[in-house]
Design a protein around this ligand. Structure first.
Ligand SMILES: [Zn+2]
Length: 67
């Protein structure tokens, strides 16, 4: 393990992996600028399933305020 390894210990690495898994849930709000279709997806590179446009606005759900 080199000194450039970005995690100081294994637990930190696990937490980083958990963060990746959390980010992979369908919690990204997508809005197609082409046809206005809206859906939840798991990727910021979403393609609209209705018109196949890649002009999609993506908003992470954790940016929404809690209420
Ligand atoms: Zn669309």
């Amino acid at each position: 393990m080199s000194e450039n390894f970005p995690f100081s210990n294994f637990q930190e690495l696990q937490q980083w992996h958990q963060g990746i898994k959390d980010a992979n849930r369908n919690n990204i709000f997508c809005h197609c600028r082409n046809c206005s279709y809206e859906w939840m997806d798991s990727t910021f590179d979403a393609t609209c399933s209705q018109c196949h446009s890649q002009d999609v606005e993506t908003i992470s759900s954790w940016q929404f305020p809690d209420d």
